[in-house]
Every structure is written in structure tokens, then in C-alpha cells.
Unconditional design. Structure first.
Length: 415
């Protein structure tokens, strides 16, 4: 007679939550944060356009910006159709690039986040905008008033980041595939190999955007063409490589199930296909937002925003590049060594004893207390308005801002 098997009480061992769940919680937290900021913006005083000013950009530059903004939504809709809707309709699964498209659109919300401690980067206010929401971020220290902020050019930014990041990923993946096949390198060597190429990529792409007048980086220090509107800080190439390479690695390195590091465990979960796509999307939003904050915005805010270099006169004299914050057309000096432009302190050009309207601003919740306007003893004033014409590369090739006027020819040859 067979013996009866003994019974044992087997404890229920809780399963560890897969990585995708933790990252989805982080992504959800980011979305709640942005919802709070955007609601404050839309219902608050900063939801007004930043004017272009009395002088407009050159005609060819306006044509490029107008074309970009007209094509922006159709291009985004095409991307959504081919990368999200059509694949999901066929397979009930959204490919990685479709979810990254969504994450890259949200990426754009952090565009001017590196101005948190002080303004070093501006956007051309000719492009459609309703101001921006950055001053609604709790603790934002950089100066700002309704109609005088670095604008969020929504029809530009929502396509700038997907186009730029996907192009970067395609080029980077091709170069890493080449190195992997030729030398059989692992992840660390591949990343070190790609780093200088990505610095060069940024110099070409962002340098082109600045030459077209889409935005400016006047607060850099050691820069290419330091005395012109397209002043380009050398350190920007390093920080952009530090930002983009983690995104490239996220997309490039996958396990044998085709999962990125933040999607691990999604195929073990017994949930509907739709819920799986939502979890993956939230996880990718979470990791992309965290990468932008930690790999770019925090270090750039500390290295450039908190202590910006002198702004070139070629930017200060263009109101559409100073966004009403400082320079020509205002009574505030643009930031630089010894010249702050924050909520606590800024330098006014008004004579002593003249009331400063900005001091009457009433701080809202989570905003720093309003400081006082400072005055300089040297009588420094803002320059006259520019004629609006762009003169690219009419500067020394590299260095700091100088006191000399813009060169009369390319690279200051013969001057």
C-alpha cells in the first residue's frame, strides 16, 4: 500500500515587482508634476505671449520658422500613425520607437530647465508661444515676469526633440553596429567610441539651428564665434553627448526578449495588451525625464545657469532673442560676471530714485521672494536696436566675448 505523501505548509513568497512597474511609477510621478506645472501656467499670469519686439528677424529666418511650425503637427501625426497606430492595430503591440516618440515629445517640456538658477539660453520669441511655464516650477530662481520669460515655442519644440533624438539614435546605432562587428566591443567601449562623434553631431545640428536664429546660448563662456548671435559654448557639446548617449544606450541595448532595461519583466505580467503598452510608455517617459534632469539640466544649471558668461552685444540688441528679459527695449542689463538676473537681484539702468516696477511683483506660492534692483556706478546702458540682419561667423572662431564690435568679414580675417 502506497504511503501517503506528507503535507507541508509552503509559504507564499511574494514576487519582486519587475523593473517596468517601478519605472512606470516614476513616469506617472513625472506626468503628475507636469500636470501641476501646466495647470498653474494656463490659469496664472505667465500664460501670455512673449512679444517679438520692435525689430523682427531676417526674412529668410522667419520663412524657416514659419515652415517648421506649419509642418510640425502633420509630421507628428505621420509619426504617430506609422509608429504607434498602425503597428498596434496589426499586432496589439506598439514598437519601441513608437513609445519613444511619445517620450520624446514630453522630453521637450524640460527644454529651458537648465535656466533654473539663472538665464543662459533663450528662444526666438518670433515663434508662436504663450510665454512659458518654467516660472511655475517650484523654487525657480531665474528672473521672469508675464511676457518676459524664455518662451516655450510649442510648434517648434514638440518636433525638435523627436527629430533630433531619433536622428541621433539612428546615426549612433549605425556607428556602434560598425564598431561592434569590426572589433567585437562591449557596451563600455562602444559608448566611449561614440562620445566624440556625438559631440561633433551636436556642434553641427545645434550650430545650424543657432545660425538659423531659432534660439541662442549667449550665457556660455569659452565659445565658438563668441561675439555673434550664434555664440556656441564648447561645453554644450559635452553635456549634450552626456544627455543623448544614455537615450541611445536605452534604445540600443536590449535583452533576448527585445526589452530595454526599463521594460524588463513586462512579458511576465498577466495583464491585457493595452495595459502592457501603458506601463511601457510610462516607464520610458520616466527614464527619459530622469535622464534629461540628471544628465543635462542639473549640471548645466550649475555650470552655466548659476554663473553665466557675458552676453554678446549681437544678442543683447535683438529683443526677439532676449525675450523681454533684458537688453535693448528693457531697463535691465543682461546677465554676466557681476550682473545677476534672478528673482532676488537684477541690475537696472534706471536712474537712482526712479521707481522700479519689477519690485512691485507679488510672489505667488512656491515662488522665491522678490528682491531689489541693483544699480551700477559705471553707467552701463543697453545698446541700440539692431537692424535685424544676421551676419553669421563674423567673429573670432573661439574665445570669450570681447568688447570689439562684430567683425566685418568671416572669422575677422585681416582685422
Amino acid at each position: 500500500m502506497a504511503e501517503k505523501a506528507e503535507k507541508y505548509d509552503v509559504p507564499n513568497i511574494p514576487k519582486a515587482r519587475p523593473a517596468v512597474v517601478w519605472w512606470a511609477w516614476i513616469g506617472g510621478a513625472w506626468l503628475l508634476f507636469w500636470a501641476y506645472v501646466l495647470i498653474r501656467w494656463v490659469t496664472g499670469p505667465y500664460f501670455v505671449p512673449v512679444p517679438v519686439g520692435p525689430v523682427e528677424p531676417a526674412g529668410w529666418s522667419k520663412a524657416i520658422m514659419d515652415t517648421w511650425q506649419i509642418l510640425s503637427l502633420p509630421l507628428l501625426a505621420l509619426g504617430g500613425y506609422f509608429l504607434i497606430y498602425r503597428p498596434y492595430k496589426k499586432t496589439r503591440n506598439v514598437p519601441l520607437d513608437g513609445l519613444l516618440l511619445i517620450a520624446f515629445v514630453f522630453f521637450s517640456l524640460q527644454d529651458a530647465g537648465s535656466n533654473y538658477l539663472g538665464i543662459w539660453y533663450t528662444v526666438n520669441s518670433y515663434m508662436l508661444n504663450m510665454g512659458s511655464f518654467y516660472n511655475e516650477i517650484p523654487g525657480w530662481l531665474a528672473f521672469g515676469r508675464p511676457g518676459a520669460v524664455v518662451p516655450y515655442a510649442y510648434l517648434f519644440h514638440i518636433t525638435e526633440y523627436p527629430l533630433g533624438l531619433f536622428t541621433f539614435c539612428f546615426i549612433g546605432s549605425g556607428l556602434m553596429n560598425f564598431a561592434r562587428k569590426r572589433w567585437n566591443w562591449g557596451p563600455v567601449k562602444l559608448i566611449l567610441f561614440i562620445f566624440p562623434f556625438m559631440m561633433l553631431y551636436d556642434l553641427v545640428i545645434e550650430g545650424t539651428f543657432q545660425t538659423l536664429g531659432l534660439y541662442a546660448m549667449p550665457g556660455g563662456k569659452i565659445s565658438f564665434f563668441p561675439d555673434t548671435y550664434e555664440k556656441f559654448p564648447f561645453i554644450e557639446t559635452i553635456w549634450i553627448a552626456c544627455l543623448n548617449i544614455p537615450v541611445l544606450a536605452l534604445r540600443y541595448f536590449k535583452n533576448d526578449k527585445g526589452e530595454t532595461i526599463v521594460e524588463r519583466g513586462i512579458n511576465t505580467m498577466v495583464i491585457s495588451d493595452l495595459k502592457k503598452q501603458v506601463l511601457r510608455c510610462l516607464a520610458l517617459i520616466g527614464v527619459c525625464q530622469t535622464i534629461f534632469l540628471t544628465c543635462y539640466n542639473i549640471p548645466v544649471a550649475l555650470t552655466m545657469g548659476s554663473n553665466p558668461g557675458e552676453w554678446p552685444q549681437d544678442v543683447v540688441s535683438r529683443p526677439y532673442l532676449t525675450d523681454g528679459l533684458c537688453g535693448t527695449g528693457t531697463d535691465r542689463l543682461c546677465p554676466g560676471p557681476g550682473v545677476p538676473l534672478t528673482q532676488q537681484a537684477w541690475v537696472t539702468t534706471l536712474p537712482a530714485g526712479t521707481p522700479v516696477p519689477e519690485e512691485n511683483w507679488v510672489s505667488r506660492s512656491w515662488e522665491p521672494s522678490v528682491g531689489k534692483a541693483l544699480r551700477r556706478d559705471d553707467g552701463k546702458k543697453n545698446p541700440e536696436l539692431t537692424d535685424g540682419k544676421y551676419r553669421p561667423f563674423n567673429s573670432r572662431f573661439m574665445g570669450r566675448v570681447s568688447d570689439r564690435p562684430v567683425c566685418k568679414n568671416l572669422f575677422c580675417w585681416g582685422e
